[in-house]
Write a protein that binds this ligand. Structure first.
Ligand SMILES: [Zn+2]
Length: 329
């Protein structure tokens, strides 16, 4: 007798592949099975992950014959030496980027809470191979150019560790004091994330000041429009942020408060983050849905003081999009 399966056969596609043509280009689609929520052992990697989690140490494996040190220690026997055994050793927590890390700004839901982050390969002192790791900066938003191939970086441990690769990440040593660079097991809470280097703005000419006034008036109308628009309000539901915005012509504040958005010509005493936008038109264009604000951040036309606030920028883009769309209907 055939056993009845939990998921009916008709919902399980045959293993195989097909080609789909979109805009004249062929794409290969394969059927794969996906499983979720399972227990698995870290097996012979346990020592490596336990050392990260409990002792804040970075381990590698050293071949007893040729001496090559692999980090992480993914081999118990060396394939270069007819499978001579390897032994666990500790390596240093400072290393060099051996490639320029790509930056992920728009992550899948699984990694969204970590974005934006760089993902690159680091050769730690004492190791011969590179380890894949997430990268951050303490100087504000992570943009291309801060960490490149050859940049010296420091291993940082999360305060809460569970024994995963995400327990650790790296920041450039150039952003740390000598004392912190040499300290082993340095934790994220020991790093100064609160004093990023704000870009300096030139003093505005009279012509630029006039243009600033005009653009600011336009922005005020736009923000009022957003505040009245039900669709736009949905993009910032449940979100609360005080943003201080500095431009060449002057500064103002945008306050987001669970659907409400307001612009005031004031200085907030303790803003959630600071935005520096040399030309106010860059931000105005973004809010008016003439190009995305996220793009301006990535292209370094807009600087924000906290990396994780890219999330808020993303919401402002959505507001702009929702406003324009609701007006088309
Ligand atoms: Zn070997």
């Amino acid at each position: 007798m055939k056993k009845k399966k939990v998921i009916d056969e008709i919902y399980i596609p045959d293993v195989g592949s097909q080609v789909e043509t979109i805009d004249g280009k062929e794409y290969l689609i394969t059927n794969d099975a996906m499983y979720t929520f399972f227990r698995r052992t870290k097996g012979e990697f346990s020592a490596f992950f336990l050392a990260l989690k409990n002792e804040k140490r970075l381990l590698g494996c050293k071949c007893t014959k040729c001496g090559i040190v692999r980090v992480p220690p993914f081999l118990t026997h060396c394939p270069d030496c007819n499978f001579a055994p390897t032994e666990m050793i500790e390596v240093e927590q400072v290393g060099i980027m051996n490639s320029t890390p790509p930056i992920t700004y728009f992550a899948t839901s699984l990694f969204q809470h970590m974005a934006p982050y760089g993902r690159g390969r680091v050769i730690f002192k004492g190791a011969d191979t590179a380890m894949s790791i997430n990268l951050y900066t303490t100087t504000g938003i992570l943009v291309p150019g801060i960490i490149t191939k050859g940049t010296e970086v420091k291993l940082i441990f999360r305060d809460e560790r569970i024994g995963e690769m995400t327990d650790v990440f790296c920041v450039p040593t150039a952003e740390l004091t000598q004392e912190k660079i040499t300290k082993n097991g340095l934790q994220e809470s020991e790093i100064d994330w609160e004093t990023p280097q704000e870009p300096l703005l030139p003093i505005a000419s009279e012509e630029e000041s006039n243009q600033y006034r005009k653009a600011l008036d336009e922005m005020k109308d736009l923000i009022e429009d957003m505040n009245r628009n039900e669709s736009a309000r949905k993009a910032i539901a449940g979100w609360k942020r005080d943003i201080q915005i500095k431009t060449r012509g002057g500064q103002f504040a945008i306050r987001i408060d669970d659907g409400d958005i307001t612009l005031t010509e004031s200085v907030v005493s303790s803003p959630d983050f600071i935005m520096v936008c040399d030309d106010i038109h860059t931000l105005l264009d973004g809010l008016a849905y003439r190009g995305a604000i996220t793009d301006s951040v990535i292209n370094k036309k807009i600087w924000i003081s906290k990396n994780m606030e890219f999330n808020t920028i993303f919401k402002l883009d959505r507001m702009a999009r929702f406003l324009v769309r609701s007006k088309k209907v």
